[in-house]
Design a binder for this molecule. Structure first.
Ligand code: FES
Ligand code: FES
Length: 139
């Protein structure tokens, strides 16, 4: 008997085989870091990007949270790799939620991933501006 599963198979796939788990040294000049939390449930997601000439060349995440949050962050890391910062800023949580078939109560899990990507990019840009202001050039 086929049972209706709560989680879509893509969520289970990312949950069981998460992509790009890990962390970078957040003090590296080419790394942007963001840690975001969901007030509703207390789950926490960290995403870090490594940028070269405006392109995300590497990315990693650590998520302490539900399966949907882990899947959303894992998927987001796949989507940003190799893209320009501007392209990554266009990633919407609704696209993530649609891809993973998240139910309405799990929308905020995908929101975490969008926020984390945006804030990691912001963190990197602020760092870059400081380096340029100090005459250190682009890493
Ligand atoms: Fe328990 Fe998100 S509410 S893991
Ligand atoms: Fe809160 Fe998924 S991040 S339940």
């Amino acid at each position: 008997v086929e049972q209706k599963r709560y989680y879509h198979e893509r969520v289970l796939d990312h949950y069981n085989n998460p992509r790009n788990i890990g962390s970078f040294d957040k003090n590296l000049p080419d790394v942007g870091t963001a840690t975001v939390g969901a007030p509703a449930c207390g789950d926490v997601m960290k995403i870090q990007i490594k940028v070269k000439e405006n392109i995300i060349v590497d990315v990693c995440f650590k998520t302490f949270g539900c399966g949907s949050a882990i899947a959303s962050s894992s998927l987001a890391t796949e989507w940003v790799k190799g893209k320009t910062l501007d392209q990554c800023l266009e990633i919407r949580n609704t696209d993530i939620a649609k891809h993973l078939s998240l139910p309405p109560v799990k929308m905020h899990c995908s929101m975490l991933a969008e926020q984390a990507i945006k804030r990691a990019i912001y963190d990197y840009k602020v760092k870059l501006e400081k380096q340029q202001a100090n005459g250190e050039g682009i890493p």
